[in-house]
Design a protein around this ligand. Sequence first.
Ligand code: AMP
Ligand code: GLY
Length: 423
Amino acid sequence: MNILILGAGGREHTLAWKLKQSKKLSQLFVAPGNAGTAAIATNLEIGVTDFAAIKKAVGTHNIQMVIVGPEDPLVHGIHDFFLNDAELKAIPVIGPQKAAATLEGSKDFAKEFMMRHKIPTAAYESFTAESLEKGCLFLEGLKPPYVLKADGLAAGKGVVILTDLQEAKNELKSMLVDAKFGTASTTVVIEEFLDGIELSVFVLTDGKNYKVLPTAKDYKRIGEGDTGLNTGGMGAISPVPFADDEFMNKIHDQVVKPTVEGLKKDNLPYKGFIFIGLIKVDNQPKVIEYNVRLGDPETEVVIPRIKNDLVDVFLAVANGTLDTIDLALDERTATTVMAVSGGYPEAYGKGKEITGFSEVKDALVFHAGTTLSDGKIVTSGGRVLAVTAFGADHKEALKKSYDNIAKLHFDHMYYRKDLGFDL
Ligand code: AMP
Ligand code: GLY
């Protein structure tokens, strides 16, 4: 079958790499893709929210399945767009419909969902400009640090954690009244601070059945020792060594099961990945967020550990027969280290030639912000390459990721050298 992947990052290159291994695949398309996907698939110059152009491409290339990488098209209703179009409705889309995608599109909606289905999460209240004063009073009643979350999508920047009460009040005002994050901060969720270690659990569901995919942990800060600005993610490890069977059972019973059952009860159709962000507090899982897609760079360690034919798995999601799939996982640990452009996550240069690919051994290089220019592979984004390797444990895998990332070069390349420091 012909498949289209929407997106342009390391997540999409990894999905493309995995789908290429399927005997059921005929032609693979990625829109818009990057230099990595160009080497194994056909890139289409289409934006991920240009639904009309996507429809046209589906017709032109006889595409029979669409896999949605990022959240934007889902929150904008790409799955509903397909279902509501007579020519497209038979084509499966992997990714939830708009109503369920609101779990990522609105933090307030996600918190209400968790409350309704008794899923453990931080205590919270939501505020708007009209209730700014109440919000300030609520902050006074909390212990620092203060966690403020813009309700809507804010490109990963909408969560602000502050230790000073006055600063927190100022921030609340700036979000609500001065629209610091535009309409995304029309509503702000103020939340109890959770002190613990983070991990993510990935679930794939057809709306009734579900499979728990490997756990992963990403490293979000730019600086070593988890310091400095937040990024999209500087690397990841799967599985998470502290998520033992006992803890995973708690996650399953208290979080995963009630989440999938809650989607059903609330009549929120869902065929796709659920990314559950958790903090382990006193050996209990608490949900800090839902994303309605795979994570990046978590995908670069989660997907390579799945041994099944991914086309079979996606067909089962589309057909509602995920219960017939036996998930086979690689027991080894996978790690990925992200090479980024110097300056990221603030201003950085682009168009730097990348070399060294042929020297990489025993590792996978997934492209994120890369493009082709005059036949050369050059940088085109902040996060540029993810180097994934396997090992018996995270130390062995990381050593291979690091040995190989050192063989790759571009001007002002930077990567964190301390991944796994906290494990
Ligand atoms: P989010 O965008 O919801 O993933 O939040 C970004 C980051 O803020 C998370 O990865 C956590 O490190 C942190 N965070 C979010 N909520 C809380 C909380 N209630 N307590 C402590 N840290 C949090
Ligand atoms: N790595 C975090 C994310 O994809 O949101």
